[in-house]
Design a protein. Structure first.
Length: 259
């Protein structure tokens, strides 16, 4: 049994974990398209995604870290079936439920499970903070996710997806509660809105990597939109070991535990 991640672009990835398929933060607009960030703010996409939704295998569910245009854009809204389950924050679920009746909001530390052919997939909502101080109140709630894949009751993979959080020491509770992490999809980019840092730059990303200590860190969400100001190199010069940069369109084998 294998576990893979295919990098589509920005925070959009396709996860194939044994019998299960998840799609994260779907955004399929082409380079040059504009997305809405709220409060009258827009940004332009600079790169094309590696695939369209129609090119991908049908997912069992969408994992949506928060409701921003660069994570759920107009192209994705047109393409994604209205009955497809979406796991997201309670705040986002309230906004989506009119059009996506199967959207489910997970409070922090709550989980959703699927069972199939002796396998279990569990998604647990993890804490995150999108903006600094009171500015965070103007931004959408954001969640990280812990994805646990088990076969016949044995753990096969534990994957942490950070979502658009800033580094904060309270994220250390994730390791305390959840244990060792096999792989981490880390959202970087040093995104700035009105001059405020709202996603991790290289320095913050390196601090979180040292805090969580995954077997492998997989950086995503770093150069697809104009608001992103911290290039991937800012992170790589600080984290040289245990990091695997992903190339759009490529599929990477995640580190499955030996049984």
């Amino acid at each position: 049994m294998t576990a893979t991640v295919t990098f589509i672009g920005n925070a959009t990835t396709l996860l194939r974990l044994g019998a299960f398929t998840l799609l994260t933060d779907p955004a399929f607009g082409s380079a040059g398209s504009r997305v809405y960030l709220g409060k009258g703010m827009w940004t332009k996409r600079l790169t094309d995604p590696a695939a369209a939704y129609a090119d991908l295998p049908a997912p069992d569910a969408i994992l949506l870290s928060h409701l921003h245009g660069d994570h759920f854009d107009r192209a994705a809204r047109r393409a994604i079936p209205r009955d497809l389950p979406i796991l997201t924050t309670p705040q986002a679920q309230r906004r989506l439920r009119r059009n996506w009746s199967a959207a489910q909001g997970l409070p922090v530390w709550d989980a959703q499970e699927w069972h199939r052919d002796g396998e279990t997939l569990r998604v647990t909502a993890l804490p995150g903070r999108h903006g600094p101080g009171l500015f965070d109140l103007l931004l959408p709630d954001v969640m990280g996710s812990l994805i646990e894949w088990e076969r016949d009751g044995e753990p096969m993979l534990r994957l942490y997806i950070t979502g658009d959080t800033l580094y904060r020491p309270f994220l250390g509770e994730i390791k305390q509660r959840c244990g060792d992490v096999d792989a981490m999809l880390i959202h970087l980019g040093g995104t700035r809105v009105l001059g405020m840092l709202v996603t991790m730059d290289g320095r913050q990303g390196a601090a979180l990597t040292r805090l969580i200590r995954p077997k492998v860190a997989l950086p995503i969400h770093y150069d697809d939109y104009r608001v992103m100001k911290s290039p991937l190199s800012d992170y790589l010069v600080r984290c040289r070991e245990g990091v695997h940069p992903l190339v759009r369109g490529d599929t990477y084998d995640l580190p499955v535990r030996v049984r």
